[in-house]
Design a protein around this ligand. Structure first.
Ligand code: SAH
Length: 213
């Protein structure tokens, strides 16, 4: 039988071996227990480095991918961050320890409700979760220092680029659904946008409009 402490050590070891090395990111991932974000029969696999099913036919991302995306996003303590694709709330919870304020949106009301309950239980009071089509961003809260999209778009959505502050960073998986996608880092400069291709990834697609549930 593996103890909690051993399981946690293995979890952090797996993250490091996949390239998650920033101390602040590792510290946040040590503090936020992924087990709190996975329900039902998959709960026992929460500490494995794999994506797992959540409600509404969606997935909680693989922890090493969450870590690598968080590193690429490089959130600073005073930053206002937008996440598109709340899902389980795991990524938002990690960001909440690294930034001043996190806005997270999902097209499924049920996912937003369930994630909010976990944020409340963990007293992560700097996260605001909304049910909305995140491809339009959150114009009322813009501009953002950082934007992270955790569903794959064909191109970085224009409204999100427009809501990124100059000097800001957006991390977004780009590509057709069910084919190989690339994780892209977009940096907004005075002159425009710089694009860096980081690595191949596989995410559920960004879908238009609100879901049924
Ligand atoms: N970041 C999540 C994983 C997200 S899975 C976590 O840590 O668990 C991708 C999520 O994006 C799904 O929950 C899906 O409902 C959501 N999504 C897809 N298209 C969207 C859109 N247009 N607006 C908001 N959310 C969207």
């Amino acid at each position: 039988m593996t103890s909690d402490a051993e399981r946690k050590m293995q979890f952090l070891f797996a993250l490091r071996s996949k390239g998650v090395t920033h101390p602040r990111v590792l510290d946040a991932m040590e503090r936020i227990d992924r087990g709190g974000f996975v329900r039902g029969i998959f709960a026992s696999r929460a500490y494995e480095d794999m994506p797992l099913p959540i409600a509404c036919g969606q997935t909680i991302s693989q922890p090493s991918v969450v870590g690598l995306m968080t590193q690429a996003l490089d959130p600073q303590p005073r930053d206002k961050v937008l996440e598109v694709g709340t899902g389980s709330g795991y990524q938002a919870a990690i960001l909440s320890l690294l930034a001043r304020r996190v806005y997270t949106v999902d097209r499924h009301r049920r996912l937003v409700r369930e994630a909010q309950a976990v944020f409340d239980a963990l007293e992560l009071v700097n996260i605001t979760a909304f049910a909305a089509d995140g491809s339009f961003g959150l114009p009322d809260q813009a501009p953002f220092d950082r934007i992270i999209v955790t569903a794959a778009a064909e191109d970085p959505p224009g409204p999100l680029l427009a809501q990124l502050r100059i000097g800001g960073i957006m991390v977004v998986p780009v590509g057709q659904s069910d084919t190989v996608q690339s994780l892209i880092k977009v940096t907004r400069t005075e002159a425009g946008f710089d694009y860096d291709e980081l690595r191949p990834v596989r995410f559920v697609p960004l879908v238009e409009g609100l879901g049924q549930d």
